[in-house]
Design a protein around this ligand. Structure first.
Ligand code: KG4
Ligand code: ZN
Length: 328
């Protein structure tokens, strides 16, 4: 079995995965959403301190499995350096005390492998990764051959939901709350610009849309519930339309046989529906992670860990470091 640790942002999570069957034996996650909610976003130092409390609590429950562990897998990039460090420090301590090797896992690969929890992986596949930190289209050939075809030039899709929620005082994380408000609002109430709609470039951008939302809010005399719902609906429509315009271009150029959406923001129902329709149009098979594995979790890290273990891909204690910005 492999024990995996995830602490790249505001979720403390540990999982245990059986190597041969890929079966998830144990999985627990403690989220810090409530603690960061008052600040409207993740405060890195607070997140690190909360990992120090949460990770050992979860680890205690894993003790019965310690004798069966063959390796420790840990997210070491990308993410918040101070929070990644907490997971990596725990991984090193465990590796030393149990005398088993370490495996470094890229968080973005984790999101991709969230598609294959308790399953065999199957590629090639075109993947749209939408999370709080990333908005990318990745061509995946296998675990070690991934090519980023398009990415954001500023904010990410999920982050823009967080920022809109913050401007409207709705709490954190913004994605689920904005989606909920949008359900009750009029998506045509505000005419917001669709980012890069006139550009042939296949890239994403959310800072302009965010500013347009800010200006729309400033024009309102009072932020009533109805105004908030209408702003959320209009914003979500523009944010999703932007992604869809670029995805339609990509599909037209080269329709994929297999396509997936992964990452915390892949839970967005409006985006899922539009992507489903696009895949149907091109007879592309759509792959989605189970909802509980869309947001950050250690099960997906363990799943990548199994692949690295089977390939004999370990890292020494000295080499294992954290990197806040890396590609897949
Ligand atoms: O993958 P994830 O858990 O963490 C990162 O790796 O960043 O994604 C979290 C992000 C947050 O920005 C959150 O607001 C967003 O995913 N999110 C959503 C939805 N659910 C979560 N964004 C839009 N719609 C949603 N339903
Ligand atoms: Zn993530």
């Amino acid at each position: 079995m492999i024990l995996s640790i995830e602490s790249s942002c505001d979720d403390s999570s540990i999982a245990i995965t059986e190597i041969n069957s890929k079966k998830l034996i144990y999985h627990k996650k403690i989220s810090q959403e409530l603690q960061h909610s008052v600040y409207g976003g993740v405060v890195p130092e607070l997140a690190a301190r909360l990992h120090v409390e949460a990770l050992p609590k979860i680890l205690e429950e894993c003790q019965p499995y310690f004798t069966q562990l063959k390796a420790i897998a840990v997210t070491n990039a990308p993410g918040l350096a101070v929070t990644l460090m907490e997971g990596v420090t725990m991984a090193k301590a465990l590796s030393l005390s149990l005398n088993i090797p370490l495996i470094a896992v890229n968080h973005l690969k984790g999101h991709i492998y969230s598609l294959f929890i308790e399953k065999e992986a199957s590629f090639p596949m075109l993947v749209l990764l939408v999370s709080g930190g990333h908005t990318q289209v990745i061509e995946v050939k296998n675990l070690n051959t991934m090519h980023v075809m398009a990415k954001t030039i500023d904010d990410s899709f999920g982050e823009s939901f967080d920022k809109v929620a913050k401007m409207l005082n709705l709490g954190y994380p913004g994605g689920p709350i904005v989606q909920e408000y949008a359900l009750k609002g009029d998506k045509n109430a505000y005419e917001l610009p669709i980012p890069l709609s006139q550009s042939a470039q296949i890239a994403f951008s959310y800072s302009g849309l965010k500013n347009a939302v800010r200006m729309a809010i400033e024009k309102e005399k009072e932020l009533t519930q109805e105004v908030k719902q209408n702003i959320c609906a209009s914003f979500q429509k523009a944010a999703v339309t932007h992604i869809m315009q670029k995805m339609k271009k990509l599909f037209k150029q080269n329709p994929p046989t297999h396509f997936a959406i992964v990452g915390g923001a892949s839970a967005n129902i409006c985006l899922r529906n539009e992507i489903e329709a696009l895949c149907q149009q091109y007879q592309t098979t759509l792959h989605l992670s189970q909802l509980q594995y869309c947001s950050d979790n250690a099960a997906m890290i363990g799943r990548v860990g199994v692949e690295h273990y089977l390939a004999g891909d370990f890292i020494s204690m000295d080499e294992l470091d954290v990197f806040s910005r890396t590609q897949v």
